[in-house]
Design a protein around this ligand. Structure first.
Ligand code: 3PG
Length: 310
């Protein structure tokens, strides 16, 4: 997910452009989720792999700026100051989601993450004193109820996996609130470079913690075991999850320059549906019918939420 931003385009050509953005965003996200889980299954070091995703993105952007492929952003102190809370929340949300996916099925993490709108309403009501219409509050019932049902009937439930996804929800709501203000503070920076700066700052914030939580000696011994189990292609899986993480986030931030927050949140829900369905097929995740019903109710709830917010 990413912060809400500017206006809705009117022309039909823009619809095509947004369609292309969406399909690209979802496809990149599905590929990221598949490789991320393949890596975590073989090499369960979520703090390290989260850091590598940010490192890959930062490196790609430094290279793009150095070669002139992308014009570097013109930033000021105000910009970096306003980016700090956004980067802190992005870092927490990212590492929490990755820890979650290291413990439970990808589909389960994303079912819980589909309840992000409910967190958004509660947090904005409590911390910002914002009021919402009755239909918005009512839409939270299927979201919370559906997620609850899916969690209770999950065959491979794990508390760390559940809490990680919940922490990610809370952190990403704060990220969206901060970036709503942050994108307007200091000099204006477009979506592509905004996400690049966000990655760089998050990398700086996360690295010391990753070194403490998963010390480098364990990275190496764990790597040797993993390569024995899955073979040397593990290296390419790590590269794929890192690069695709950056690309899907970059596309989502770029699309924010073009679409309204409402269109964005509908797109994000559709993204979760693509990830849930494709990961269940690819990883042959065992699911009970009641579990699938819970997930479907939750996802439908987020659609009602989007409609109600309109
Ligand atoms: C992450 O690692 O940051 C999460 O997988 C992000 O999830 P989202 O972008 O789908 O909210």
């Amino acid at each position: 997910t990413a912060p809400p931003s500017s206006a809705e385009p009117a022309a039909p050509m823009n619809r095509l452009k947004i369609g292309i953005y969406f399909v690209t965003w979802w496809s990149l996200n599905v590929v990221f989720n598949i490789y991320n889980k393949k890596v975590l299954n073989a090499y369960p070091f979520p703090w390290l792999t989260s850091t590598l995703s940010l490192l890959a993105g930062s490196t790609l952007m430094f290279l793009s700026w150095a070669t002139g492929l992308v014009a570097p952003p013109d930033t000021d102190v105000e910009f970096w100051k306003s980016l700090f809370p956004v980067a802190l929340a992005h870092t927490i949300g990212h590492v929490a989601a990755t820890v979650s996916m290291s413990k439970v099925a990808v589909s389960f993490t994303h079912i819980i993450k589909s309840s992000e709108p409910a967190f958004s309403v509660v947090i904005q009501r409590l911390f910002l004193g914002e009021h919402f219409s009755l239909p918005v509050y009512l839409s939270l019932i299927p979201i919370v109820g559906g997620c609850g049902l899916a969690a209770l009937t999950e065959l491979n439930f794990n508390m760390t996996g559940f809490v990680g996804a919940m922490v990610s929800n809370i952190a990403f709501v704060f990220r969206n609130i901060f970036s709503k203000k942050g994108m307007k503070a200091g000099k204006a920076v477009g979506g592509l470079n905004y996400y690049a700066c966000l990655s760089i700052m998050s990398l700086v914030l996360l690295t010391p913690f990753a070194l403490v939580v998963e010390p480098p000696q364990q990275w190496i011994s764990g790597w040797n075991v993993a390569v024995q189990n899955v073979g040397p292609q593990l290296f390419w899986w790590v590269m794929a999850q890192s690069v695709f993480y950056h690309l899907y986030n970059q596309v989502s931030y770029m699309s924010l320059d073009e679409i309204s927050p409402l269109t964005f949140s509908i797109g994000n829900t559709m993204k979760r549906v693509s990830v849930i369905v494709s990961s269940i097929i690819i990883f042959r995740t065992p699911i009970q019918p009641i579990n699938a019903v819970g997930a479907a109710i939750a996802v439908l709830g987020t659609f009602f939420y989007s409609q109600a917010k309109q």
